[in-house]
Every structure is written in structure tokens, then in C-alpha cells.
Ligand binder design. Structure first.
Ligand SMILES: Nc1ncnc2c1ncn2[C@@H]1O[C@H](COP(=O)(O)OP(=O)(O)O)[C@@H](O)[C@H]1O
Ligand SMILES: [Mg+2]
Length: 248
């Protein structure tokens, strides 16, 4: 194991020293030694539940490294989205195990969403509370859709991008994102990427329909606020229209 944690940035190093436990550091070394990344470049986001860092691999390819915090995670809330999902039947009641299951769930969710053709970051690796995925952006992370100025045409295209991704997840993968909001959509090179997909559940989850309805309501709210008038019924109709175009 290398002695240093390959930091190019002091701020990133400080956050690491303060917030990550020994096991997390070991896991990062392990993922790095497997080649998933070579060095951590800078902090992208520090949230209550997770920190996201930009990293790069040995060929300078950018990576996003999302590290869930064990202490401050809302693990009680997480249980609701884990139980009832047939993929994760046996979740123990301890915090660490719940957060590890959540990380694995985000990886698996990205994987099924990506395979269905939805616009999400490509998942690369996970272990315990650390997830490595494709980095959306260039020097810095792509902006949130809500922070980008779009003309009418671009806004409409962005809307249909979101509908396309939701339809593919729903009709092809029988999967619901369950946390779509203006905070979880990135805009990059004219395309919308859905991120933060750990909450996502299979359609067989007892509350999947309710989560889907909430996602669609959030889509309607966001785009209507920006001037593209789409009420919930419009969004549902557009989703059905999209279904016809999708190769099931
Ligand atoms: N794959 C990615 N590529 C680029 N930036 C990302 C990526 N994943 C997350 N981010 C950035 O990190 C922020 C937080 O990530 P997110 O997954 O929404 O975690 P949370 O909301 O739980 O803190 C995002 O708003 C975005 O700026
Ligand atoms: Mg988020």
C-alpha cells in the first residue's frame, strides 16, 4: 500500500483526514491499487450523506468518487428504500451495513439504468461505502440543470431527455429513480444526466408507484417553473408516448 493518499489538492486532503475512518482509507487504497483511479484531484461536493471527489486514473481519465459517510447518513430513511426491493432482502440493522448496502444499491441502480439506455454516469466499481463512476464534466463537474440558462428549444430538448431516461428505466428495466429533482440532474454537452440514484427501486417495490408519481411531479414542477408548461398529466402522457419509441 502506498503511504500517501495521492492528493493533488490540500483541501481534499483536509476533508479526508477529518471525515474518513480508517476503513474508508483502506478501501480507497484498494480501489486505487486495482486501477479504478490513481489520484484524487479535488472536492466536487460535500453533502450530509456523501462527499464527491474528482479523481483521475493513470491515463488522466476523470472519475467521480462518491464516498458515503457512515456517521451522518440517514440510515433510517435508507431502510425504506432497501426493504421491499427483492435484490436486497437481508439487510442487517446496523448503520455500517446499511450504508454499504446503499452504496452497492447505487452501483447496481446505475448499472441497470445504464443498460436500459438511460443517461446516467457509467458505474465503474464499488466497495463498502465508496463508489467510483464516470465523471460528468471536464475540468469541473457539469452544472446542475437548474443552474443553466436554456432557450425554449434547449429546455424542451432537456425535458424530452429526462422523459426518455425515465421511460427507458421504467419500461425496459422496470425501475424507478425515486429521487428525481432539480438537484439531481446535471446538464452536459446539451444532454441531461440523472444522478444520485441510490434511492431507486424496482417496480415490484411496494411503494414504487408512489415514488414514480413523486418523480413525475418533480419533473412537471421544474420544467413548468422554467416556462415549459407541463402538468402531471402531460408528463404521464409524454411518458406513454415515449414508450412507443422504445425497443422493449
Ligand atoms: N458522476 C458525476 N460526475 C460529476 N459530478 C458529479 C457526479 N456525481 C455527483 N456529482 C456532483 O456531486 C454532487 C452531489 O452528488 P449526489 O450524487 O447528488 O450526492 P448527494 O446529493 O447525496 O450529496 C452533484 O450535485 C454533482 O455536482
Ligand atoms: Mg443529490
Amino acid at each position: 500500500m502506498k503511504g500517501k493518499l495521492f492528493f493533488k489538492d490540500e483541501k481534499a486532503k483536509k476533508i479526508f483526514d477529518k471525515v474518513f475512518d480508517y476503513n474508508t482509507l483502506l478501501i480507497l487504497h484498494e480501489l486505487a491499487s486495482k486501477g479504478w483511479f490513481d489520484c484524487i484531484l479535488h472536492v466536487v461536493s460535500t453533502g450530509k450523506e456523501a462527499h464527491v471527489f474528482k479523481a483521475q486514473d493513470i491515463n488522466a481519465k476523470p472519475r467521480a468518487v462518491k464516498i458515503y459517510k457512515i456517521e451522518t447518513s440517514e440510515f433510517k430513511n435508507m431502510i425504506k428504500y432497501i426493504e421491499g426491493d427483492i435484490r436486497f432482502k437481508h439487510v442487517r440493522r446496523d448503520k455500517r451495513h446499511i450504508v454499504f448496502t446503499w452504496t452497492k444499491k447505487e452501483y447496481k441502480n446505475l448499472d441497470i439504468a445504464k443498460k436500459a439506455g438511460a443517461n446516467v454516469p457509467m458505474p465503474l466499481a464499488y466497495r463498502d461505502n465508496v463508489l467510483v463512476m464516470e465523471f460528468i464534466g471536464d475540468e469541473n463537474a457539469a452544472p446542475l440543470l437548474k443552474d443553466v440558462n436554456l432557450n425554449n428549444e434547449e429546455l424542451e430538448k432537456a425535458y424530452w431527455d429526462v422523459i426518455d431516461s425515465v421511460a427507458k428505466m421504467l419500461f425496459k428495466a422496470k425501475f424507478v429513480h425515486a429521487d428525481i429533482s432539480e438537484y439531481n440532474m446535471l446538464y452536459w454537452k446539451g444532454k441531461v444526466y440523472l444522478i444520485d440514484i441510490g434511492q431507486g427501486v424496482l417496480l415490484s417495490h411496494p411503494h414504487a408507484k408512489e415514488f414514480l408519481e413523486r418523480d413525475l411531479r418533480n419533473i412537471s414542477k421544474f420544467f413548468s417553473k422554467r416556462g415549459l408548461k407541463k402538468d402531471l398529466e402531460d408528463v404521464k402522457r409524454d411518458l406513454k408516448e415515449k414508450k412507443k419509441e422504445i425497443q422493449l
